[in-house]
Ligand binder design. Structure first.
Ligand code: ZN
Length: 224
């Protein structure tokens, strides 16, 4: 698949509508290139997040200078433009997965998202399918795929190895927040609350931009 900006915008608006989120609070960078082997093709950066040296490669390719001005004002998404081996039908469900992470941020807030990221860091990428928030996003993507795709398109996706996890039918914990904190060994839910956009920030999207990957040097600007 080659990710086309106009199509991405349309698919993002559709996925946001499905999730009940405002599409104008999104900024998307389509990075001109192919994902390096073994790295994620698409990634979501929560509104309070920063691009750092340990951030996924696709966001380091977007770079701090592009990502930071939208901090606390938008959900940010980065995807490689060229995704060999992925069928066109994958785009909608992929976006719906990331939109579900954004929905969780809006429902449970930055403090919870930070906890989820601590758990992620501890589990490593191979542990992602166990994460309550991943299961939640996968379930949303699967339900969405079943609604918008034809049987043949769904079969194509299932045949595509990278989609094994995304279309997994793993059970979602009844309370994603509680399950996440339990895995971390934490019980304090006092910081978990619905998140609103800070006053004075404006919705300016969806902004969808095709960009060149920043140089390796620039990607280090965000180091703590
Ligand atoms: Zn995810």
């Amino acid at each position: 698949m080659t990710v086309d900006p106009d199509r991405l915008r349309t698919e993002l608006e559709r996925a946001c509508e499905d999730a009940g989120l405002d599409p104008s609070r999104w900024v998307v960078w389509i990075v001109d290139g192919v994902p390096p082997a073994g790295t994620t093709p698409i990634a979501y950066l929560q509104p309070a997040g920063e691009v750092r040296t340990d951030t996924v490669i696709v966001f380091r390719a977007v770079g701090v200078k592009r990502a930071r001005p939208h901090r606390l004002a938008a959900h940010r998404l980065a995807v490689w433009r060229l995704l060999p081996g992925l069928p066109d039908a994958a785009l909608g469900p992929m976006l719906r997965h990331e939109v579900e992470h954004a929905r969780r941020w809006e429902r449970s807030g930055t403090a919870f998202y930070d906890a989820d990221e601590r758990l992620r860091a501890g589990m490593g990428r191979s542990g992602y399918p166990q994460l309550p928030t991943e299961r939640e996003a996968n379930a949303a993507a699967l339900a969405y795929a079943r609604r918008i795709l034809t049987v043949a398109e769904l079969a194509d996706l299932r045949a595509c190895g990278e989609f094994g996890d995304l279309l997994a039918c793993d059970p979602v914990p009844p309370d994603v927040v509680e399950a996440t904190l339990a895995l971390l060994g934490e019980t304090d839910v006092s910081g978990v609350r619905p998140q609103t956009w800070p006053q004075g920030t404006v919705a300016c999207g969806p902004l969808v931009e095709v960009v060149a990957a920043v140089s390796a040097l620039d990607t280090r600007l965000g180091s703590p």
